[in-house]
Design a protein around this ligand. Structure first.
Ligand SMILES: Cc1cc2nc3c(=O)[nH]c(=O)nc-3n(C[C@H](O)[C@H](O)[C@H](O)COP(=O)(O)OP(=O)(O)OC[C@H]3O[C@@H](n4cnc5c(N)ncnc54)[C@H](O)[C@@H]3O)c2cc1C
Length: 508
């Protein structure tokens, strides 16, 4: 079959948030840019499109927020937006990653996070306060918690749509149903990508290539190989197209692997959700209000501290804890006292829910759970709650338990007010932490000797070294945009530098 050949200054692989930002940044520097998207247009946009759209960035005051979003005087007067100073952001990132996060990457992320939000806004992305999921009315004032008051309008899908528009306006061509298969080299220099476009081979020749095509979360073989036994059994929260292609292509030419290759972001996810994400449901199969209830396994036992912290700081690792349980499931159990605090995802039609008017009735309906052990667990928990400490869901209230293992450290309330509701969850993987090593200043991929690979850049989930063991919510989109812009700018510069060179293609 004849191979079609296309020529661009910069070819970007992927069409999620990181790729879109890389393409825009490269175009801003004058490069001609093409984007290759494995998915057809109606399924395009990667995990970014499935994202809730919350954005974690450093802000010292409401004046910083005003650089990102329009706030009315009334909204400012009636709200307590708190802060997420660079110190607080550093603390969260360092604490959650057990101080393993790459110092240079994390410093860039924290200190440039506000600037990248302003840049996204300049590209037409609209941001709004996250009233629904990160705030509550306290004494007549809206208090935001979790240090993350802003989200993209329309969530991740809205973000991708707005960036799509910017890319279109910038004259960047997107090739859909075009899956990158391998990198083309001239000596050590990357000079293009061999892709399969609806089954036909196409060589996209370029002066620089940016890989922004996600991790290996949708690939069960790679999950089992790198994350460990059992991970092939996880459900995939987002796109089915992130098969680890970009990582494999780069490793094949000697790129350095970097970061927490046995680690990933994974959350509680409806037990009967489909194998991959459903764009019509988005992130709503998740169940993030476990902090107000109990997590119960098949043996009728609790297995984590549900109230260790705001969900933003525990949810990304608790999916993995659910996967370790017998049968890879856990029921989230609540009483009616907290029903009004449960997030919107507890009110969708497609979920696995049972209810009971007594704990005994509920116990009999918790499929797969030892009912006797469950009742013992709840009675012991109810007796252990420090009832003298007031409950306040807008702060870490310290209303914990005494004398039970594991403890529940905050938001503990006896399960005593019927009706009781329970939601069945399993592990949903979001994205993988391991990736490639880059030069943080340019986004250029390094080889195993830590020398830059000429012509090769990467961004987004593919960048290794930022996240280890855990992850603060809202960081993926911000880091994707930031390192997307870095890689796009780096690639465009490289394109200019090599503009007049002639390449002999040796291994097409
Ligand atoms: C349900 C869910 C909710 C989330 N909520 C949030 C949130 O609220 N806030 C937040 O910050 N993060 C959130 N995240 C995480 C966030 O979505 C990711 O960190 C981010 O989208 C990654 O962006 P990316 O551009 O690197 O990858 P992606 O957006 O996944 O893009 C990868 C792209 O590469 C394409 N691709 C893959 N292989 C190939 C190939 N061989 N050739 C061509 N194209 C290819 C894919 O089709 C896709 O277009 C969420 C994720 C999920 C799944």
């Amino acid at each position: 079959m004849k191979t079609v050949v296309e020529h661009y200054d910069v070819v970007v692989v992927g069409k999620g948030n990181a790729a879109l930002c890389a393409a825009l940044a490269a175009r801003d520097k004058g490069a001609s840019v093409a984007m290759l998207e494995a998915a057809a247009q109606d399924e395009s946009g990667g995990n970014s499109r499935f994202a809730g759209g919350v954005m974690r960035f450093a802000y010292a005051s409401v004046d910083d927020l005003k650089r990102v979003t329009d706030l009315t005087d009334a909204e400012v007067a009636d709200s307590d937006f708190g802060s997420n100073t660079t110190d607080e952001f550093f603390d969260d990132l360092f604490r959650l990653t057990s101080f393993r996060t790459d110092p240079v990457l994390s410093e860039m992320l924290v200190t440039q996070s506000l600037d990248i939000m302003v840049w996204l806004r300049s590209k037409g992305v609209r941001f709004v306060p996250n009233f629904g999921r990160q705030s509550a009315l306290v004494n007549g004032k809206r208090r935001f918690f979790g240090r993350m008051p802003i989200e993209a309008s329309g969530g991740g899908a809205g973000l991708v749509q707005m960036l799509d528009k910017a890319v279109d306006a910038a004259g960047i061509r997107i090739f859909y149903s075009t899956r990158a298969k391998r990198l083309i080299q001239d000596g050590d220099r990357v000079v293009g990508v061999r892709a399969s476009a609806a089954g036909k081979p196409v060589d996209f020749m370029a002066k620089a290539v940016v890989l922004a095509c996600g991790g290996f979360e949708a690939n069960p073989e790679m999950r089992a190989r790198y994350l460990g036994t059992g991970w092939e059994l996880a459900k995939v929260r987002g796109t089915r197209f992130n098969q680890g292609d970009g990582i494999k292509m780069a490793l094949d030419i000697g790129a350095a692997p970097y970061g927490n290759w046995s680690g990933c972001h994974a959350t509680g996810w409806d037990l009967n959700a489909p194998e991959f994400g459903d764009v019509n449901v988005g992130d709503q199969f998740q169940k993030h209000s476990y902090i107000f209830g109990l997590l119960i396994n098949a043996n009728g036992k609790r297995f984590v501290d549900e109230g260790a912290d705001f969900h933003s700081f525990t949810y990304a690792k608790y999916g993995g804890e659910v996967l370790k349980q017998p049968g890879q499931f856990a029921w989230q159990v609540f009483d009616s006292k907290v029903a009004k605090l449960l997030r919107s995802e507890y009110r969708i039609r497609m979920m696995t829910k049972v209810s009971g008017n007594t704990l005994e009735e509920l116990a009999a309906r918790l499929e797969g759970v030892d009912p006797k052990a469950f009742l013992q667990t709840v009675h012991a928990y109810n007796a252990a709650v420090r009832t003298q400490v007031p409950f306040d869901h807008t702060i870490k209230d310290g209303r914990g338990t005494v004398g039970i293992e594991p403890p529940k450290s905050n938001w503990a309330q006896a399960l005593d007010t019927p009706p009781f509701d329970a939601y069945a969850t399993t592990c949903g993987i979001t994205f993988t932490f391991g990736g490639l090593r880059i030069d943080p200043a340019s986004g250029q991929v390094l080889d195993v000797t830590l020398a830059p690979i000429p012509g090769l850049f990467c961004a987004g989930e593919m960048v290794g070294g930022l996240f280890y063991f855990n992850y603060p919510s809202g960081t993926g989109l911000v880091s994707g945009a930031l390192f997307g812009r870095v890689a796009g700018t780096g690639a465009a510069r490289a394109a200019v530098e090599t503009a007049h060179e002639e390449h002999t293609i040796v291994n097409v």
